[in-house]
Design a protein around this ligand. Sequence first.
Ligand code: GUN
Length: 299
Amino acid sequence: MILLDGKKTATDIREDIKNEVAELVKQYKRPPHLVAVLVGNDPASLAYVKSKERLAKKAGFTSTILHFDKAVSESDLLKTIDSLNRDATVDGYIVQLPLPKHIDEQKIIMAIDPDKDVDGFHPVNLGKMIAQLPGFLPATPHGIMELMKRYKIQTEGKNVLIIGRSLIVGRPLSILMSQKRPGGNATVTLAHSRTQHIKQLSQQADVIVTALGKPHFLTEDMVKEDVVVIDAGINSIEDSGTKSGYKLVGDADFENVSRKASYITPVPGGVGPMTIAMLLKNTLEAYKLNMRKNAKRTL
Ligand code: GUN
């Protein structure tokens, strides 16, 4: 079994980004600027946003968190989005999901300038992804593709089972992996909460991606020998053996599934760090785009 080390791979990618930023700053006179909009105090969202900020700064970016009370109105949030769109010193930004129930997530995502949508959630970017045009790919699927590419995982003609159809992971990944591209050319099945006989499907799969948010969902009896397992689940479960009383686990029963797998991602240290690395990569691209636009404006 080979561990797909997302932590190490992401560190390498962030190092490359840092070096590129150091070069570009000489030319453009300021670093890339990433903004994260956070609403409320959900501990997981808070932790994600803080990591994104820390690693952005480590790569030489400017990073700002706009933290709103959970009671913020939809119209106030839309005003913030509008000012971020107009602010030439902001290259890219994300709105951390989920948002409180009184805010229409789709309406917020639609208001983001697609050129600053470094999460790749705007329909313009999702459309470009489907058409295989240049645009921002959603960070987690992009990170999974990059991790598989760097470990030379063969997907061409393989049976891939993706479990979970979220807009953030499963749905876009199912498209990318079925496309004619590196890490693609696979026969993809997208399973979800209404899927029947999942065990029959998983036992036939050469590659399984779990993205459903259920600890220990994928068990040893569900997979064939030499399967590749990409675990995009991040679940916090009680554990009396840790200081906090909690620990992070994926959607796969790592200890047992890893005995049969040829490759597997750990949680933590697998897909999670790759997501952030890809967010920074998208932000670097957004910065270059913004700088070219600004240069045109001053001509
Ligand atoms: N919530 C869970 N994952 C993500 C992500 O990648 N981006 C945003 N904006 N929210 C998330």
